[in-house]
Ligand binder design. Structure first.
Ligand code: SAH
Length: 347
């Protein structure tokens, strides 16, 4: 397959390519600067120079699942487990609110302690105290009834990465009790309830091929999400993938640009994993079309314990306590940090 600048223009204009074209584009860095400039143009057309700041509260690292890539997997006996109380979660929100944050992202492992009743109480307390804020959940696979209960309690956004749209790859990343079918069904349930939904995947996950990534792009086209979270896979010593290569910075950034061109309206974070593999990862992500950052609002005492992968970046401009550093970082990349609620803009 011979690629030309024309192919990138076609992606910009039509928001899609053939499988062969996607594969060829993923495999080369020859068109990166063109891709990034189109992606930046598109983000500016829709979102201007705004970068939305979300406060991330990692409220429990207990998890019943045993995903092969993840440091907080249930079989990792050396993980030090914690869960935050409702009061601790609310004080994270208070801290975030005081520095202007208007979106709180509640993320955790799949922790059975947080029954629907407990979680709904936390969601509705946040919603009542901060009616001008959005509550985003990222707590894994639940029944449609549970998702509906959280929605009725006041959560309006949900992040659930599909992780891998190819069944073969999904099987290589997860134990047998987890199924891609269920994960996808959760995403469609969430959408149907009315959530703004985020899906996504790791770049460079062990055994992932470029064909697998094309399958991810096709699944995203089917789902048509409001948010897409991607970041490089990063190894963790207490997992079966301890010796695997980390995902590539350049492929992740190229994919961010491709996603911006495929889904012009999408909320696309420059993730913590991206800033963990390269000091300027977040800046490169922003310049390739990312328009969201999610600094850590969890109490400093537990931050290191939400240990999904090695050396997770959780200080400096990753940390809500250093919001002026983050703001400065975003401005020097050429964008404007904003703390408003930042809903998706659908034309
Ligand atoms: N329990 C929630 C939250 C999972 S943690 C859920 O199921 O959605 C959030 C994301 O971190 C995961 O979706 C996964 O894509 C990412 N992640 C986990 N381990 C990782 C690793 N080793 N490297 C990079 N990203 C990882």
């Amino acid at each position: 397959m011979k690629l030309s600048e024309h192919t990138v223009k076609k992606l910009y204009e039509t928001h899609t390519l053939s499988d062969e074209e996607f594969l060829a584009l993923l495999a080369t860095d020859a068109f990166d600067s063109l891709l990034f400039s189109y992606a930046d143009r598109v983000r500016r057309q829709i979102y201007g120079d705004r970068v939305f700041i979300r406060g991330l509260i990692e409220f429990s690292n207990y998890c019943k699942n045993n995903c092969y890539y993840c440091g907080i997997r249930s079989c990792n006996r050396s993980a030090v487990r914690y869960r935050l109380s409702k009061e601790e979660i609310l004080s994270c929100c208070a801290e975030g609110y005081a520095i202007g944050m208007r979106t709180f992202v509640l993320q955790s492992g799949e922790d059975a302690y947080f029954t629907d009743e407990i979680l709904c109480d936390i969601i509705s307390s946040i919603h009542t105290l901060y009616p001008d804020c959005a509550v985003t959940l990222s707590v894994g696979e639940k029944s449609k009834e549970s998702y509906l209960a959280y929605y009725n309690a006041g959560a309006t956004r949900y992040l659930l990465r599909h992780e891998a749209a190819s069944d073969t790859l999904y099987r290589k990343l997860h134990p047998d009790n987890l199924s891609l079918h269920t994960r996808k069904q959760c995403l469609f349930d969430l959408k149907q309830i009315g959530y703004q939904v985020g899906a996504g995947f790791m770049v460079g996950a062990p055994n992932q091929t470029l064909e697998d990534i094309v399958a991810d792009l096709r699944f995203l086209q089917k789902l048509d999400p409001d948010m897409i979270g991607i970041g490089p896979f990063i190894r963790h010593a207490q997992t079966p993938f301890a010796d695997r290569e980390n995902g590539s910075l350049s492929l992740t950034v190229r994919l961010l640009a491709i996603l911006r061109l495929m889904f012009p309206h999408v909320l696309l974070p420059a993730t913590t994993a991206l800033s963990t593999i390269a000091p300027n990862g977040r800046e490169l992500g922003l310049k390739a079309g990312a328009n969201v950052v999610m600094p850590n609002l969890s109490p400093v005492s537990v931050r290191k314990l939400y240990d999904l992968y090695e050396n997770k970046n959780c200080t400096g401009e990753e940390s809500a306590q250093c919001s002026s550093d983050l703001n400065q970082y975003i401005r020097s990349a050429g964008y404007r940090p904003v703390t408003d609620i930042g809903n998706v803009i659908r034309s």
